[in-house]
Design a protein around this ligand. Structure first.
Ligand code: NAP
Length: 239
């Protein structure tokens, strides 16, 4: 399939590499391909400059966000930083129309001021906005009525999303939520191709609120395990 991955961060790289391994044609979106390739410093998460990563992953086509979305047959993975995702996706609505958009972004606002800050090994914990009464996924769906938005992947580090067997022999749970049954099936099929056997459909897109709000617990579990940020563990719904 021709699949678009919008984003050049660590999560997007994990999906891009996995999709290439599975034999898909991958179109990666960035704001400005030339500027992205000209970077020489690691990104804020410490990932190597994208050009270096690309050299190790031949077969990837780097385009603008809009051109990458337009190049996809029907499936787009959204890996744009959560705080900027609605504006960036709204600007390319035409290329996303009629397609499934899997959103895994967390609506983090970094370096916020807080009355009761939560100091973490990587600074003050970012706040979530929106939170509780709305979600980023619902905002994206409202902004893109012609696109089928599915929330998924967000409850794990992307390294384990694309390689579930890396923890617990793969015996853990991945969640999906959305308002379009065919788009959720497409997402479940993709997850199965990644190696997932326990995909739990939470129901309508409003359930994305719970997935996004889990972000703080995800970080706290990582700290509890002594893994700091980016730890590899899974969630299992036992029933
Ligand atoms: N990494 C994970 O394991 C993981 C897991 C769960 C959820 N998430 C969430 O998923 C989202 C993406 O994560 P990530 O780690 O893959 O990447 P990220 O570093 O959070 O985001 C990088 C992407 O956001 C784009 N971006 C940044 N500022 C922008 C702006 N002002 N306008 C338009 N685009 C902008 C960048 O564009 P350029 O390419 O032009 O630089 C880049 O493609 C985040 O919300 C993150 O919290 C990540």
């Amino acid at each position: 399939m021709k699949i678009a991955v919008l984003g050049t961060g660590g999560g997007a790289r994990a999906h891009t590499a996995k999709l290439l391994e599975l034999g898909h044609e991958v179109f990666v979106g960035t704001r400005d391909p030339q500027a992205t390739l000209a970077r020489t410093e690691p990104d804020m998460m410490g990932n190597a400059p994208y050009g270096q990563w690309l050299a190790d992953h031949p077969g990837t086509t780097l385009l603008t966000f809009g051109d990458a979305a337009a190049a996809a047959d029907g499936l787009v993975i959204g890996g744009i930083d959560g705080h900027n995702a609605v504006a960036a996706l709204t600007a390319i609505a035409d290329g996303l129309a009629g397609k499934t958009l899997i959103d895994y972004a967390v609506p983090y606002v970094y370096q916020h001021r807080s009355e009761h800050p939560w100091p973490t090994p990587w600074g003050v914990m970012p706040k979530l906005e929106p939170c509780d009464t709305d979600s980023l996924a619902e905002q994206i769906q409202r902004a893109l009525p012609a696109t089928k938005v599915v929330k998924s992947f967000v409850t794990q580090e992307q390294a384990t999303v694309v390689h579930p067997a890396a923890v617990g022999g793969g015996d853990h749970t991945m969640f999906i939520a959305g308002d379009h049954a065919d788009a959720k099936q497409q997402t479940a099929d993709l997850l199965e191709s990644y190696g997932w056997s326990d995909v739990l459909d939470l129901g309508p897109l409003v359930c994305a609120r719970g997935m996004e709000m889990y972000a703080h617990l995800h970080s706290a579990i990582g700290f509890g395990l002594g893994q700091q940020f980016g730890g590899h563990f899974g969630l299992k719904v036992v029933r």
